[in-house]
Design a protein around this ligand. Structure first.
Ligand code: NAG
Length: 277
């Protein structure tokens, strides 16, 4: 019995070749296929944006440290500028300060809905109560299964109360579905340091209106590989009284029936660090 040296050599060569070709095919498919996981984006981002540990760091007393974050948010929000904001507005409609913009009543109303997360308040950075904007990306291949009271079964126990309340206040059959969003301190110490948070616009449900998302069920198949013409709807989170002088780990996530929460996953989950001095 036993294989001679030559046979073993051939087996090894064939195996290695198959593995290499398989790896290359996998890599090419990964790069070519437009499908990517549903991403919850966090803004502002610094130039040295670090996906693993995005850090938002500034000193309230030093405008040189918070002004860049304010400017980054203005850049991010520029594509949303409009004099005819939707009702409710998908984003703050101007990045120009009160003195520098033509007061259009609809936009002024929209900006006040987004307060304090608007340009006039420097998005809260000047006061050490920063706003962070959230947006969904890579959703063209996603058919979300929203949580709503029409299907009350298995609403998760750990779902935050404000979402459960909103689900009853804004029933899906009347207001449409929402992709619910929540943020919290990642660890126990963070929960203590994070202080109260609010979702902005404050008088709206804490979530992305599903009807405004360009998900697979709402766009023609041929559009899936194309970029969106209008930027997706936003939600802001304002940290109303975060502790100063400590790094606060924040975790934000979406709630849908089809995306299972997993701390190690990036699907529908985002984490970042706030460090305010
Ligand atoms: C409610 O949730 C279910 C399950 O995710 C979904 O199929 C349905 O379209 C949602 N909306 C309404 C109005 O029932």
């Amino acid at each position: 019995m036993g294989l001679d040296k030559r046979t073993i050599k051939i087996i090894v060569i064939v195996t290695v070749t198959v593995l290499v070709i398989g790896g290359i095919i996998g890599l090419v498919l990964g790069l070519l296929l437009p499908y990517r996981y549903v991403e919850l984006e966090v803004w502002p981002r610094s130039d040295a944006y670090n996906y693993e540990q995005p850090l938002i760091h500034f000193r309230v007393s030093d405008s040189g440290t918070w002004h860049p974050w304010y400017k980054k948010l203005n850049e991010f929000l520029k594509p949303y500028e409009t004099t005819v904001p939707e009702e409710p507005p998908r984003a703050p409609c101007s990045v120009h300060h009160h003195e520098q913009r033509l007061p259009v009543p609809n936009c002024e109303r929209a900006l006040s809905m987004w307060a304090p997360c608007n340009v006039d308040n420097f998005y809260g950075y000047r006061e050490g109560r920063p706003c962070v904007f959230l947006r969904l990306n890579h959703i063209h291949y996603w058919v979300p299964e929203p949580y709503n009271v029409t299907v009350p079964l298995s609403i998760p126990q750990d779902m935050p109360n404000n979402i459960k309340k909103a689900m009853h206040l804004y029933p899906a059959n009347q207001y449409g579905d929402f992709i619910w969003v929540s943020c919290k301190g990642e660890f126990t110490a963070d929960e203590e340091n994070i202080g109260p948070i609010q979702y902005i616009p404050a008088n709206m449900p804490p979530g992305f209106p599903a009807s405004r998302l360009r998900t697979a069920d709402r766009i023609p198949r041929s559009d899936r590989s194309l970029p969106d013409l209008i930027s997706g709807p936003l939600i802001a989170v304002v940290f109303e009284n975060p502790h100063r002088g400590v790094v606060i780990n924040v975790e934000c996530r979406i709630w849908t029936r089809d995306i299972v929460y997993d701390r190690n996953s990036r699907v529908g989950l985002a984490r970042f660090e706030l460090y305010i001095e």
